[in-house]
Each structure stands twice: as C-alpha cells, then as structure tokens.
Design a protein around this ligand. Sequence first.
Ligand SMILES: [Zn+2]
Length: 558
Amino acid sequence: MQKTRRQCSAPFEILEEDLKFYDDVSPVIGGKKHALPPPRLCPDCRFQRRLSFRNERFLYHRKSDLTGKQIVSIYASDKPYKVYDQDEFWSDRWDECSYGRDFDFGKTFSEQFAALGCDVPHQALFTTNVENSYYTNHTLNMRNCYLLFGGGDSQDCMFGRFVIFSKDTLDGLSLYSCQWCYEGIASQECYQCLYFMNCRQCSDCLMVEDCQNCKNCCLCFGLKGKEYCMLNEPLGKEEYERRMADLRPLTTEKVRLLRERLHGLKARLPHRASHIFASEDCTGDMIFNSKNCQHSFDATDCEDCKYLCYTPKGLHSYDCTYNAPAGVQWVSEAGSTVGMTNAFSTFLCWYGDNNWYSRECHSCSNIFGCISMRRKKWCIFNKQYTQEEYERLVPKIIEHMRKTGEWGEHFDPSLSYMGYNETVAQEQVPLSQKEACAKGWQWYVDQEKKDAYLGPDVTIPTTITETPDSICDQILRCEVSGKPFKIIPQELAFYRKLGIPLPHRCFDQRHEDRVALRSSRKLWKRNCAKCQKEIQTTYAPERPEIVYCEECYLATVY
Ligand SMILES: [Zn+2]
C-alpha cells in the first residue's frame, strides 16, 4: 500500500507485515480489539515528532511550585507548567487524581490533554538514584557526574550523552564501559583512548576509528588486533613511541591536524556499510545481538522491531526511541518509555502495561490520557474508574478520536511542553524559529540568558602544561558560538592526567560537533563499491566514502 506523507508529501511504503503489526499491537479493552490504523506520517516524520518532546540538556534554575525551593529543571521559570523536584514529586504531599476530569466529547482529545498538562505537576528532571550529580538528566545510578544527559551506572564522568557503565570519561557520546577516555563516540570497552569513534576493546589509542582490539595506535582506521600502528602502518614499539613523544604536548592545533590526517586516510579506505554485530536480518546501524530489526539504530538484544533508536531489549515494537535500560514489548510510538508492555503513544511512561496516550506515568496499568500518575490502574484523564467503567468509557473516547482524526496518531509536536529548539529533534532535524512556528510548534527564547559573552577575552593556554589552576576562576568564550563557559577543577585535573589541551568550545558546541561527526540516524540504499550488491547504509549515495557490504568489508580488511 502506498501512502502519502502529510508533512513531507513523498510516498512511503506500508507492507503486509506492518499491517499485521498494527493489528497485533492494537489495544484490547474489555475483550474487544480497537484497531490502530497504519500511520499517516512517514518514518522520518514520526521520528522527528517523537524527538520533539524530549529536552535532554537545556536546564534552568527555577522555584519548585510545591515548596518554593530553588531547583534545577528542564522547564524554564516562565513556562506555564507546575514543576516539582524529584523527592517532592514522589512524596504523598500531592494527589494526581485531584486533577482528574471527565472527558468532554465536545472537544478534541488533544485540547483536553494539553489543558490537563497545564494543571498537573511535572518532574523537574528525570534522574533516579543519582549522587552528587544534580546537573544531569535522563540518568540512572550516577555518582559525581556533571552535565551528562542520558546514561547510567557511571561515575566521575562529565559532559556528554549516553555514557553507560563508565568511569572518569569526559566529552563522550554513546559510550559503554569506557574508562579514562576523552572525545569518544559510539564505542565500547575502551581504556585511555582520546578522539575515537566506533571502536571496541581498544586502549591507549589516539585519533582512531572503526578499530577493534587495538593498543597503542594513532591515526588508524579499520584495524583489528594491532599494536604500535600509525596511519595503519605497524612501526614497532620504539619508533611508535618516538613519534608519539614528538606529538606531545598536544595542542588544539595538533588535534585539528590529526583529525585532518585521519580523514585523508579514511578517504582511501573501504568503510563498512553498517555496524551490525552478532545479529540476523537487521538493517540500521550500531545493532548488537538482535534479530529481524529494520531501520534501527543503537539497538541491543532486540527482536522483530522496526524504527528503533537507543533501545535495548525491544520486542515486537515499532517507532520507539530512548527506551533504556529496560526496553519495550508490543509497543508503538513510544518516546523515553521504559519497561513497558502493550502501549501506544506514550512519552516518559515507565514500568507499566496497557498505557495509551499518556505521559510521565510510573508503574501504571490500564490508563488512558493520563499525566504524572504513580502506581494507578483504570484511570482516564487522571480520574479513577472501576474496571467496568473504564472498559465502557475508553471505547467511546476511541470512537471520538477516530472522528477527530486523532486515533492512531502520536501526540502532535504542538503538544510538546518544550520549544522545538530545546529538544533533541533540533539535533536531528534542525529548523529555524520561523519554520518551527509555521508548523504551529513552540520555540523557546530564553530572556534571561545572554548567549554571547561580552566580558574580557581570556587567552586559553596552548598546552595543558602551561595551564595554571587560576584558569578555573575565569570565564572563557566559545570560539564558535561566543557563549561563556568555565573549566571546573575536576575537569582540569582530568586534562592534566591525560595531557589534553583545554577545549576552546563550550559544552553545547562540543556536543553538537560530536553529533555531526557521528553517522546520521537515517538509511539510504546504495551499492557495494566492490561487488555492486545493494546495501542499506547510513552513508548517503552522494557521499564520497568507499562503502563495502559486510562480506566484502570483512574479506578485504581482516
Ligand atoms: Zn560487496
């Protein structure tokens, strides 16, 4: 079946297997199935829509609406929402059902859901079991972490996103089990590596990519089990160490030149079409130990899924993003939803089942149109019903939503509490303020924050050896955005230990640089540069890289 996209108007396919999925995942209420129609938006527009709800790293100082205490939150103080700090949210000092209301069949679901959202309290941040890690969000089990967004079970890590089971690691993006690493992207089990991407089990490497099980390598691409290599050539220990000594101390300029040389090397070498390991019948990138997952990214231990992103343990689910650590089963259109079975259109619903069109609900089952509920059952628009009443009323609301065209569609981005520019959607599908507003989506302008820093210029020392402790007292200016930033003492100690020059860019800019370096979360069809077989890859057809299918890559490189 061919459908037309509503936002971008190019055709996309809905296959027989997709129709079967939508039938399987349709809610069964009171023994009757309420069929979900196939989506009206293409997968890319659906991805953008889900992302438009998640503000990960824009934090603001404000007051708690329960106690007046100063708190840190993803909601700026001029937003029209009630915001409670974590411990207040989880206390019994308020009752979410006191905001309950009858469904009004004279209005759309969306307008009533937006009104409920303005009345019900929301959590200031999404953190669980964090110690001395207040300036983090979407984090779990963290100690002494700072400006880290997404991730868990890490300590002494700063500046990054998705840093998991790691220690003493700075400026990372999607790192698992790394220690003493800096500027790492999409890598696992690396130790003391600097400026690296798509690497596994490497140690003491500098400016390397797509390397596995390598030690003491610099400027290498696509190596496996090598030592003392530079520009993919084995040099022997002595020569390698001599050349590395010449490189030290590192300066920002040397790092820039190293990156250029690595790009020069990469241009001549074949790239693997996608990073899919120990998996069967999968398409996408960064897939581990999975089976039959299509168009999926950063997926581990998943089966029979489509359009996943940052999902471990996903089963029979479509259109799910940010579902770590517990995954989803029989779920569709879920953003930041974790440990969920049977759900459609949820945002930030954790550990529950049969959650429909709800957000920020925890350990709930059989809820419809609910917000900020804790351990509740049989609720509609935060109002408590008996099971029989619930099973009678929900089908009527579904019928109403069919008429208004809302049934089967995820929340529209206009229902997001965040400006589009505050959300992760802006990283993947950047829009201008004018473009976002033309679609009826919000845009946030922070009236209090001055973007450009107008104070005196501080010269950032060239090498770490000549950097004094007093640099931590000064305000530095980002060389790209002009925004002010500071170096904190723990950060300076880290740079000193690893011999890294101070950054010349602020945290936000460094994050954006890493996102830009990483491959896109999109798939294109092109042909293997060697055997011409059709492949699906994150390298767009017009990109200059030499891209091989997995078989040709393994036969050539290893
Ligand atoms: Zn091939």
